[in-house]
Design a protein around this ligand. Sequence first.
Ligand code: SF4
Ligand code: SF4
Length: 168
Amino acid sequence: MAIRVVVVKRPEREISYLRAALKGMAMTFRHLLQKKFTMQYPEQRSTDDWSLSPRWRGTHRMLTDEQGRAKCVACGLCPQICPANCIKLVPGEDEVGHRYPLIYEIDEFRCVFCGYCQEVCPEEAIHVGVHYENAEYERERFVYDLERLCAQTHPVSTLWDPSDPKGE
Ligand code: SF4
Ligand code: SF4
């Protein structure tokens, strides 16, 4: 496609900006009369018109079984697929051959919240969550260990469903 160059000439004589100023003021007044969308965060986190999408991909959460143990079976798929290389897994195995994570950590600071770990997990153990309030004062605090991941209680993401692209 050819690139078109438009040369804008500066006015050669003095002109009045009154018209442009009035136009700007009219727009401001028009907005004054419209419905306000300001939310009083953090007291208010959703309104009748807006709430965080159930497909939001935020802070991770590890689901647990009835005994409170992490559902992860240390298969190694999530660290394998993670594009940010931010999942650390050290697998272990008990005396009857059940695999479990000896170490499972996610660096939320490096994570790009793609949701691949959730999609690939055969046990539906690791999830991205509908949660975003994970600010910290120290970098190290962004590395969530297994205990912290299991302690998260926020809802998990429903991710994008190709059969329902608009989430209806
Ligand atoms: S959401 Fe993506 S980047 Fe973040 S831990 Fe999972 S796979 Fe890695
Ligand atoms: S994909 Fe699931 S089961 Fe496999 S290591 Fe990751 S969290 Fe554990």
